[in-house]
Design a protein around this ligand. Structure first.
Ligand code: SAM
Length: 239
């Protein structure tokens, strides 16, 4: 049964994540990531968020817009299982889904409003920059949080990898003009690389490859020193 409904983006999310590689697998894993939910007309009326400031966290219901064209399959290979095992699409948080919808809890910092502009400043999101937001809801702890719930294959947060900056990268972070425009950049780099974004099958052995993660308009180059931790080499702007 399909229903025609006026489902449309009420906002777009601005985040430091300019490509999917490197985005944490779930929200709340890299809280140094700051962004904005920019409401679109006619939803950018301050009355739509009246009272929202009473909540510390929000649910964002969004569309995996970059994956819609690939469609969906009944089973998927969750990265957490090394890409070997198959699970039903509804037994995972796969980004390839029948209606392409995702949901994330994010922290609400501030509501910004000026003529024609209404935005929610948030952090800890796992969203690609430009993600369409379908709905925004307050997070209600007494009913949304189930501390004794079973978490299946996702029963714990991913293990973190130790991150070190090369001398060159330290030098660049210290001397780069205008770094202050990138909120919490060093913490963000550490948070993202500590997730070790590589595919699971790469993690078991030494891996000499130089990887690149796009954060804001910076290319962060990094490589894995040994099977246990990553080493941020340097960050080149997109100059
Ligand atoms: N927390 C959400 C959920 O459970 O529905 C999303 C979980 S999903 C595994 C998180 C991943 O979605 C990110 O690591 C990123 O690779 C991907 N992603 C984020 N925004 C996207 C977008 N707009 N289009 C396609 N993929 C996206």
């Amino acid at each position: 049964m399909s229903f025609s409904s006026q489902i449309q983006a009420v906002a777009y999310c601005r985040t430091p994540y300019k490509q999917k590689f490197g985005i944490p697998r779930q929200p709340g894993l890299v809280n140094a990531a700051r962004g904005f939910v920019e409401l679109q007309a006619p939803y950018n009326d301050i009355d739509t968020v009246r009272g929202l400031e009473q909540y510390s966290h929000l649910w964002l219901v969004f569309c995996f817009h970059q994956n819609l064209a690939q469609g969906w399959k009944t089973t998927v290979r969750p990265p957490r299982l090394g890409g070997n095992e198959k699970l039903g699409v509804f037994a995972t948080r796969s980004t390839f889904r029948p209606n392409g919808l995702g949901q994330s809890v994010v922290k609400l910092h501030k509501i910004h409003q000026r003529r024609g502009y209404l935005a929610l400043e948030i952090s800890g999101m796992d969203l690609l920059d430009g993600t369409p937001i379908i709905d925004i809801k307050p997070y209600i702890p007494f009913s949304d949080s189930v501390p004794d719930a079973l978490g299946g294959i996702a029963h714990e947060a991913p293990k973190l990898t130790k991150v070190e900056f090369s001398q060159d990268a330290k030098q660049q972070l210290a001397s780069y003009e205008g770094l202050e425009q990138y909120q919490h950049l060093e913490e963000l780099i550490i948070g993202v690389l500590a997730q070790d974004p590589r595919p699971a099958y790469k993690k078991a052995k030494a891996d000499p490859k130089i990887y690149q993660v796009a954060l804001y308009d910076l290319d962060i180059l990094w490589h894995v020193v040994e099977a246990t931790h990553a080493h941020a080499k340097n960050n080149d702007s997109d100059s």
